[in-house]
Write a protein that binds this ligand. Structure first.
Ligand code: KIV
Ligand code: ZN
Length: 553
């Protein structure tokens, strides 16, 4: 790994005329209940984040488990290329965490270690059981330790929003003196209001003597629905890196939403320009994001995490660009600007209705997928093409949304070590007792068939699967949506299962919703099964916080 800090970071961040986008979908986003991703899915999202143009990808918490370590390492090697983003790994302020992050990041051209320790009195007393003096010393020592591996070190005082500002200034000064190149200010519990958060950033600028040696970053949760507003106020007061997630997914109410921040600064750039020292009328983008990739990225993250996007969600909700009332429609037809502040095409929503059908060949299929941003390996392309032909035989036209569903389903959902659906058949109707027969291939290679009756066909399928798989769980959510309008549309099924205190999601699309339901259920079950066998640590949990003395490092 080249240990130079991110070029973008050193060129633009500290010059202060551009906002760095630090995406934490794969770390904080993946901490959302039920959003667990496997390694292939994480890699697919990381590749798309690189296409989207984020500056830094926080790829995970490598110390959490061997699976998390591998995922960060793969992303570092595949996406952290010369022209790619900086790849970051999270580490608590302990030697073993920092060592794991440094090891996982080695393949990246530009790697960043992000280390953190809480600074609020409530966290010190109940979580860390440490004094302020101890936290100050740990922050300094661990930043210096991280610096011995990489030049690009980010430090976060967790729960900064509820920390005593004077103590915060002191910790930040020591972290910067020890080598932190970015200091990130988290509103961990989503408690702050915009003017308070802006004031906090201004206070840091004014009271941390060496602050000009680091980029000020912000991180915030959306418990009061204020995360994006807080960040925009932070930008006005000197923050130059924003930590956000696609669709705003994350712990509890989520993180600040990437697409909302980026589009706010894009649509209102003339408002923000002066705060970045630019002429008001400058048209130069404030971020490096290719806004046309936003819609697809949102869709991909939603499908792979199983976190559905609410229809009225700003920017990426299905209603975000829809006009129902006749008065609005009339206005938009006469002049779009009467009721629209941005163009649907600017986020990559296309009116392009290119459709493929059963006579379309491999070349047309490959070309359209390339246009949609998929760069598939030959093997994935073959799998997706077989599935496409199968669906095209049942359905006359296949549009872009359906193509995306096919490709995502075929190439990204099938774990190699889980249960596989071999066959599913149901009998149902108003005079029938819903009965399902299911054949599964087990992780050890055995093929088992069983049958069950249920209150309906999907219930019968799930009971039959449970009889074979024997993985205890509780179904807590089941939803079916059509990929596009129309009676012959493909159905997309999203499932959420609970096991003990954790939630697991699964997703699948098919023209037959019973098959999609069975597959989605198995995808969720496979995640559950995998995580029972590979437990992983939560970075912000109450586990004992042990700082190993240097001699044992
Ligand atoms: O919310 C938070 O404080 C975090 C830190 C680890 C940055 O996620
Ligand atoms: Zn967070």
């Amino acid at each position: 790994m080249n240990s130079q800090p991110s070029q973008v970071n050193s060129q633009s961040g500290t010059q202060g005329d551009r906002i760095l986008i630090f995406d934490t979908t794969l770390r904080d986003g993946e901490q959302s209940p039920g959003a667990t991703l496997n390694g292939d899915e994480k890699l697919a999202i990381a590749k798309q984040l690189a296409r989207l143009g984020v500056d830094i990808i926080e790829a995970g918490f490598p110390f959490a488990s061997p699976g998390d370590f591998d995922a960060v390492q793969r992303i570092a090697g595949t996406v952290g290329t010369e022209n790619g983003p900086t790849i970051c790994g999270l580490a608590r302020a302990t030697r073993q965490d920092i060592q794991a992050a440094a090891d996982a990041l080695k393949p990246a051209v530009r790697g960043r270690i992000h280390t953190f320790i809480a600074t609020s009195d409530i966290h010190l007393e109940y979580k860390l059981k440490k004094s302020r003096a101890e936290v100050l010393a740990i922050a300094e020592e661990m930043v210096a330790f991280a610096k011995s591996f990489v030049k690009d070190v980010e430090f976060s005082p967790e729960d900064a929003g509820r920390s005593d500002p004077e103590f915060l200034y002191a910790v930040l000064e020591r972290a910067i003196a020890a080598g932190a190149t970015t200091v990130n200010i988290p509103d961990t519990v989503g408690y702050m209001t915009p003017s308070e958060f802006g004031g906090l950033i201004r206070g840091i600028k004014e009271n941390v003597p060496n602050i000009d040696r680091a980029v000020i970053s912000v991180h915030g949760h959306n418990d009061l629905g204020l995360a994006v507003a807080n960040f925009l106020e932070a930008v006005k007061n000197g923050a130059r890196q924003l930590e956000c997630t696609v669709n705003g997914i994350g712990e509890r109410a989520g993180n600040a939403a990437l697409e909302e921040l980026v589009m706010a600064m894009h649509v209102r750039r003339q408002y923000f320009n002066p705060f970045l020292g630019r002429p008001v009328e400058s048209e130069a983008p404030l971020t490096n994001i290719d806004t046309k990739q936003i819609h697809y990225t949102s869709h991909l993250v939603s499908k792979l995490t199983g976190m559905l996007v609410q229809p009225n969600k700003a920017i990426v909700g299905s209603n975000a660009f829809a006009h129902e009332s006749g008065i609005h429609q009339d206005g938009v037809l006469k002049n779009r600007l009467t009721y629209e502040i941005m163009d649907a095409q600017s986020i990559g929503l296309t009116t392009n209705q290119i459709v493929l059908g059963k006579h379309s060949g491999r070349n047309a299929f490959r070309t359209r997928l390339k246009e949609l941003g998929f760069d598939l390996s030959e093997q994935d392309l073959n799998k997706a093409f077989v599935r496409f032909k199968d669906i095209a035989d049942k359905k006359i036209d296949i549009g872009d949304r359906e193509l995306m569903a096919i490709v995502q389903d075929e190439t990204q959902h099938q774990g190699t070590d889980g249960f596989k659906l071999e066959r599913v058949q149901v009998i149902c109707g108003d005079r029938e007792c819903p009965t399902a027969t299911v054949t599964l291939c087990l992780p050890d290679g055995r093929e088992i068939t069983d049958a069950a009756i249920g209150t309906g066909p999907v219930d019968a399928v799930y009971r039959a699967i449970n009889r074979i798989a024997e993985v205890p769980n509780q179904l807590i959510e089941f939803s079916v949506q059509s990929v596009v309008a129309g009676i012959d549309a493909m159905g997309e099924v999203t499932i959420r299962l609970q096991h003990k205190d954790r939630i697991y999601s699964g997703h699948s699309a098919n023209t037959d919703i019973i098959v999609a339901s069975a597959q989605a259920y198995l995808n969720a079950l496979n995640r559950l099964h995998h995580s029972i066998q590979n437990p992983s640590l939560h970075p912000q949990g109450f586990q004992d916080f042990v700082v190993q003395p240097a001699a044992h490092a």
